[in-house]
Design a protein around this ligand. Structure first.
Ligand code: MTE
Ligand code: LUZ
Ligand code: MOS
Length: 766
């Protein structure tokens, strides 16, 4: 175990790293197939909104290898796989609500035959009016859920009295999760009519439940297993359900194992993405740039059903403030129903969409006042004893934003580089540089209180090896590694003794999704609880055995009163003395409360913080740009594993940069997503990473009692690349010497950049 100097955690490698690099880590599609396995492929809607008049499946059935074609009528139980609201059909029943919606499923002896056959259906549609545009849906008051509203203070009066006001629109696009391993479910009929399901999912328990509902089974008849995902990023929190259900329905009906592995294009056409948002804002501020009032409408593109839109929108509302104290605020948030994929969780879960609107407004204020945006940011940062209550009423207890921001400003050499960029731009008519520092504050906990619980099982075998099982799922983020580290520490043993096993609904029941960045906070605590119970029993036994107090477990050794024994030998003795060598563990996050109607309470256990400085160069003739340098300072508390945490921070930064710059979702006028493959949908690659990339963890043990005083790190750093977007905007605005606010939409593709430059040249200020 290598120790990174100055940091408390162990940067032990990811528990599967050696398997990942050797290509030996089994994913669902690598599980040895059972005899008689069949393959499923979906037949999807070719309309955005229509009634299905007739379906002719004769040509489908005629394809060699086709065993069955299933439609909604073949579902024995509920034709629904929605996570919260029951408005998500597994297979469309008479009505299609988006282009790509599964209508039927072909089961064949090969994947190729199933896919080929699925294209041969003749479906007659009767078109219905389709809403494709978010603003149009908002205008028509077409919602999947009622609007959410937050009022704090008196925004109207404060706005009227503000020294300055700015208003306008902002547009931020959605984002495809683009997990490397696509959606996949493999279902096998089990004894007594049950189902054993291997599913690439962040939420095994929910898959168990939706499959049981679809098949009219009790939950105890469905077992869901998940060893690892090749990425989830929120896209497998609820959206794995439709495939889990289809594979299970087919397996049950045909009494054969059925695998449903999505082709990338089908995956992108069928599944929901990050919600795009449209904003209408007004902001009041004094002559220094201090915010006096905010009034904003946020319209989220929900797609055709609710899915997780409710909590996503709630998180967007609770992150509008980002790092800033707001006194008088009015927020209306709309869950707009459109005839498109049902949008869902994606790293940040609405938080990024809330916070970026505030950053955009601050950016505008700065230009209006002729100030550096960082000055305006600093002026508005949360305070320590005053100006420290969020618009939703939670106190920001351990605010380190000013300190963290100042440290990064220094270490990134912000002021000097600002000067250098100014002189570079004066001498460079076409290529322009831009710079921005943006901070972040991210609330940790599910914003649905009861999801904040977890369970674990820890077994010590008689050779001293340890098996850990918990409700969390591994998607590459290193959860199993961190949980194993927690257990290793509790038992004083080395990591080589510990193995984490597949998540399994028959081992730990009623688990929450591995989401909201809470994986380690929740499951780490549950595993710690289990390990402590075993250690407590071992301590009593050791006391008796050694005939003294003061038993210590460390370095794979049990010691007491000057005597010691190797851990594995001690375990044999404990077993022979009939000490229970395994335990369950449980954890629930304390102190959370939330009124979802008034949008007031303390929904988060604590906040994670961070900031980034990004420098870009933009070609103002072509709109092409490049990220030159990134400096990041991120708060992972007392990091359990600095190497893994830095990986999370850098990964999220690049992933968020993709969202804000190159990943563009385009639907045509028929509502067909045209960007449904990597050929047309551009995620960042290694060549988009900056040549200079400095990432540091901010030394800041959690004030709350989390595992080893660490902080959750999965989602918060997704907000760091706001700095890339605003650096690009900074470069653009140099075209008219920062006199106007460029109306730059996200993603800031070269096209969007050129549009913003054109607007500036034509005097169309944002
Ligand atoms: N990191 C990797 N490598 N792959 C992923 O799919 N998902 C992110 C984040 N980091 C993800 C990831 C998301 S959306 C969340 S909520 C968290 O990991 C979930 O895991 P955690 O709670 O254990 O951090
Ligand atoms: N809330 C949240 C949720 O903050 N993050 C999530 O991932 C989530 N998922 C489901 C329901 N609420
Ligand atoms: Mo992450 S979006 O909470 O799965």
């Amino acid at each position: 175990m290598a120790l990174i100097s100055g940091k408390p955690g162990w940067s032990t490698p990811h528990e599967s790293a050696h398997l990942h690099v050797a290509g030996e880590a089994p994913y669902v599609d690598d599980i040895a197939e059972l005899a008689g396995t069949l393959y499923a492929a979906p037949g999807t809607s070719q309309r955005a909104h229509a009634r299905i008049k007739t379906i002719d499946l004769d040509a489908v059935k005629a394809v060699a290898g086709v065993v069955a074609v299933l439609t909604a009528e073949d579902i024995p139980g509920h034709n629904d796989c929605g996570p919260i609201i029951k408005d998500d059909p597994i297979l469309a029943d008479g009505l299609v609500q988006y282009f790509g919606q599964p209508i039927f499923v072909v089961i064949a002896t090969s994947q190729t035959a199933a896919r080929k056959a699925a294209k041969k259906a003749k479906v007659e549609y009767e078109d219905l009016p389709a809403t494709l545009d978010v603003r149009e849906a908002k205008q028509a008051e077409s919602w999947v859920l009622p609007p959410a509203r937050l009022r704090q203070g008196d925004a109207q009066t404060a706005m009227a009295g503000a020294e300055n006001r700015l208003s306008g629109e902002i547009s931020v696009g959605g984002q495809e999760q683009f997990y490397l391993e696509g959606q996949i479910s493999y279902a096998s009929p089990a004894e007594g009519g049950g189902i054993h399901l291997w599913c690439s999912t962040q939420h095994p328990t929910e898959m168990q439940q939706v499959v049981a509902h679809a098949l009219n089974l009790d939950f105890n008849q469905v077992l869901v297993e998940m060893r690892r995902m090749g990425g989830g990023f929120g896209g497998k929190e609820s959206q794995s359900a439709i495939f889990a259900c289809i594979a299970s329905i087919a397996a049950k009906q045909l009494n054969r194992p059925v695998k449903m592995r999505l082709d990338r294009d089908d995956d992108m056409m069928i599944t929901g993405k990050r919600h795009g948002f449209e904003y209408d804002y007004e902001i009041g501020f004094d002559n220094e740039g201090l915010i006096q009032a905010v009034d904003i409408d946020m319209a989220a593109q929900a797609g055709f059903s609710a899915d997780l839109t409710g909590p996503v929108v709630a998180r967007a509302v609770c992150h509008l403030d980002n790092a800033y104290y707001l006194n008088d605020v009015s927020i209306n948030a709309f869950s707009c129903k459109t005839n498109s994929q049902s949008n869902t969780a994606f790293r940040g879960f609405g938080g990024p969409q809330g916070a970026i609107a505030m950053e955009y407004m601050i950016d505008n204020i700065a230009r209006k006042l002729g100030k550096d945006a960082l000055e305006v940011r600093k002026l508005n940062y949360y305070g320590t004893n005053t100006r420290n209550v969020t618009p939703y009423g939670q106190i920001v207890e351990d605010n380190v934003i000013p300190e963290l921001s100042a440290q990064l400003e220094q270490s990134s050499d912000y002021a000097e580089r600002r000067k250098a960029i100014r002189s570079f731009n004066e001498n460079s008519p076409i290529l322009r540089k831009g710079l921005a520092l943006t901070p972040l504050k991210f609330g940790i906990s599910f914003n649905v209180v009861h999801f904040n619980q977890a369970g674990a099982l820890v077994h010590i075998y008689t050779d001293g090896s340890v098996l850990v099982n918990h409700g969390g799922t591994e998607m590459g983020q290193g959860l199993h590694t961190k949980v194993a580290q927690v257990v290793a520490r509790e038992l004083g043993i080395s990591m080589s003794r510990i193995r984490a096993t597949a998540t399994d609904t028959s081992k730990v029941a009623n688990t929450s999704a591995t989401a909201a960045s809470t994986g380690t906070d929740l499951n780490g605590k549950a595993a710690q609880d289990a390990a402590r119970q075993i250690r407590d029993r071992l301590t009593v036994f050791a006391g008796e055995y050694f005939g003294a107090d003061g038993v210590e477990f460390a370095n794979d050794t049990v010691s007491c009163a000057g005597k010691s024994m190797p851990f594995n030998e001690f375990i044999v003795l404990a077993y022979q003395s009939r000490i229970q060598l395994w335990s369950d563990g449980f954890y629930k996050t304390p102190g959370l409360h939330w009124d979802g109607v008034k949008m007031q309470g303390s929904p988060f256990y604590y906040f994670a913080y961070g900031a980034a400085v990004s420098e870009v160069i933009v070609d103002t003739l072509t709109g092409e740009w490049k990220l030159l340098r990134a400096d990041i300072l991120h708060d992972a508390g007392n990091s359990i594993n600095p190497a893994i945490d830095i990986g999370q921070v850098e990964g999220a930064y690049i992933q968020g940069m993709g969202w804000l710059t190159s990943e563009e979702l385009v639907w045509d006028t028929n509502g067909r997503l045209t960007t449904h493959a990597p050929s047309t949908y551009k995620i960042p690659t290694i060549t988009d990473c900056p040549a200079e990339f400095h990432t540091e963890l901010f030394d800041n043990p959690n004030v709350k009692d989390t595992v080893m005083r660490s902080k959750a790190v999965g989602e918060p750093p997704l907000l760091l690349p706001f700095s890339v977007f605003f650096a690009i905007r900074d470069a653009i605005s140099s075209v008219d010497d920062h006199q106007q606010n460029p109306p730059l939409r996200a993603p800031a593709t070269p096209e969007a950049i050129l549009d913003a430059i054109t607007a500036l040249r034509e005097g169309r200020d944002a």
